[in-house]
Ligand binder design. Structure first.
Ligand code: MCA
Ligand code: AMP
Length: 496
């Protein structure tokens, strides 16, 4: 029987260690067995999930991956949801993707149990699933849909980005080839597992290669630096905010500690930055501190990774490099002209077999996102001396903070529910640590006052922590154009 290629790869690494943590060591064969057991549980009432959506709310680690593989082996579509999201955000994703079941671990199951009850969803607790017997698992064609990731955009609610098994395989193979992954690699995983960076670039590439992962539930600076000191890893992948924070920590460390830690970083074979712009100054500071030349790359939920500085060759600070294998990239000017010369800015458009298939249940949004088969990223770039350099987003309504993409309109629609707010505009202001900081500019009901701390407390029930405004400015009116529409550049100008 033919099976999805990642399973064959795992079989060839049977006895190698896939996950290592303070809780234990799991080999590839453990992952295969455990995922088959969970798949059998998912298939209690049917012999194929036939693309039914199954949400995953599991702490990063072996069990998370076993759950993911189980959904795929049972024929379902995996919908990973954010561990730090609010119940309202979970409900949106579960309802929008029409999930039929949720897989959660012992820690997270109690957090989502009442929502599952309300939505009448089956809740599978991993701690309740033992070694379930299975007769056979369905045959899955790679053209089947495999995953839905929620991404914020210029609409008020996030959209579900659908990728097939074939798309995902191309995304993985492209990176494994470009960055020369091997079974000897060892990598920490500390990024959230509801986004491509953690799911594909780190976890899936490692497991495709027979490498070893050390999983952390979050970026735990002390624990991670302790392992860096002891040369635990060959690879390290993070968002720019993490490199900024590491530079701050190393700056404050004693000279002995700093020397031991930077030596650990120096020995790694590759350190990658992505998900947001890496300022050239941070790139240069990191090299001065550790001797490592960070490899910056560019990607997006809809396309995986598209452009990367080379593994071998010049890694240029401030630039993202060249198209990755199996990715075609072009720039289009504002008036629709194809840009062929250097030094001229245009929108990045991408084509290739790794590009997503559709936005879940949004045919119009899908159609609008493509131009003759090319995906329109909404990011502007220029080519200089052969390399692409990202200039920024076309839309002011997209904010990148700590590597997370946030939709200003989504945050505004929540803030408008606050009883004292009558009008609000949300923007991202430049921030040395976070890249951009979420900033709210609000008009209040007459004669009322609102403190930032109160607003932040109020938001905690409604928004993930990274979407909560970092600052608040109260104004008597929002700047509007002649048509009465709020003008974001003018809102931004209030801070200049
Ligand atoms: C958290 N805090 C923030 C933000 N986030 N403050 C300002 N802006 C923010 N964005 C505050 C918290 O409220 C808290 O404040 C304090 O910082 C510590 O919070 P914590 O969550 O513990 O912070 P952290 O652990 O230091 O997290 C920083 C982080 C995290 C590790 C950079 O944000 C992260 O994992 N980001 C990565 C996201 C990611 O993977 N993006 C990839 C998607 P207080 O102490 O007052 O409560 S992009 C992608 O996949 C594409 C395809 C691509 O190209 O990669
Ligand atoms: P998301 O789809 O949430 O993962 O966010 C993708 C967006 O992150 C892209 O459209 C870019 O705006 C931004 N991005 C990713 N990598 C880079 C990078 N190296 N430099 C600048 N922006 C980046």
């Amino acid at each position: 029987m033919s099976e999805l290629p990642f399973l064959g790869r795992a079989r060839s690494f049977q006895d190698r260690i896939a996950f290592h943590s303070s809780e234990g060591t799991y080999r590839y064969r453990d992952l295969l067995e455990r995922s088959a057991g969970i798949a059998a549980d998912l298939l209690r009432e049917t012999d194929d999930l036939n693309e039914a959506r199954v949400a995953v709310l599991v702490t990063p680690g072996c069990e998370y991956t076993a759950a993911q593989w189980a959904i795929w082996r049972a024929g379902g579509i995996k919908v990973p949801i954010c561990l730090s999201a609010t119940e309202a955000e979970w409900e949106y994703a579960l309802v929008d993707s029409q999930v039929s079941a949720v897989i959660a671990d012992a820690t997270n199951a109690p957090r989502i149990a009442s929502l599952c009850e309300k939505l009448r969803l089956r809740l599978l607790r991993l701690d309740d699933i033992g070694n379930v017997d299975f007769d056979s698992l369905p045959e899955i064609d790679p053209s089947r849909r495999a995953m839905i990731l929620y991404t914020s955009g210029t609409t008020s609610k996030p959209k579900g980005v659908v990728t097939t098994h074939a798309n995902i395989q191309v995304q993985i193979e492209s990176l494994v080839q470009a960055w020369e992954w091997s079974h000897e690699d060892r990598i920490p995983s500390f990024l959230p597992l509801h986004h491509i960076h953690g799911i594909i670039n780190i976890t899936a590439c490692a497991l495709w290669s027979g490498a070893m992962i050390e999983a952390y539930p979050r970026f735990d600076t002390d624990a991670i630096l302790e392992r860096v000191r002891s040369d635990a890893w060959t690879l390290f992948m993070a968002v720019p905010t993490i490199y900024v924070k590491l530079i701050q920590v190393l700056g404050a460390a004693s000279s002995d500690d700093r020397a031991a830690i930077t030596e650990g970083f120096r020995k790694m074979r590759l350190m990658v930055s992505g998900s947001a712009a890496l300022p050239a100054t941070v790139h240069e500071q990191w090299t001065a501190l550790t001797g490592q030349r960070l490899l910056e790359r560019y990607g997006m939920t809809e396309i995986g990774m598209a452009i990367s500085n080379p593994y071998r060759g010049e890694r240029r600070p401030g630039a993202v490099g060249l198209p990755l294998p199996r990715m075609e990239v072009r720039l289009k000017s504002e008036n629709g002209q194809l840009i062929t010369s250097e030094d001229e800015a245009g929108e990045i458009q991408v084509r290739g077999p790794g590009v997503f298939s559709e936005y879940w249940n949004r045919p119009q949004a899908t159609a609008d996102a493509f131009e003759n088969g090319w995906f329109r990223t909404g990011d502007m770039a220029v080519r200089e001396r052969g390399y692409y350099r990202i200039l920024g987003r076309q839309s002011v309504d997209i904010i990148k903070s700590g590597g997370y993409k946030l939709g200003a309109l989504e945050i505004e629609s929540v803030l408008l529910e606050h009883p004292l707010i009558t009008e609000v505009a949300v923007i991202g202001l430049p921030d040395d640590t976070w890249g951009e900081a979420v900033t709210a500019v609000a008009v209040l009901k007459s004669e009322s006052t609102l403190e930032l701390s109160h607003l932040r407390d109020w938001c905690r029930e409604r928004l993930s922590p990274y979407k909560i405004p970092q600052s608040l400015r109260i104004v008597s009116a929002l700047p509007r154009n002649a048509m009465g529409k709020v003008t974001k550049p003018a809102v931004r100008a209030l801070f200049e």
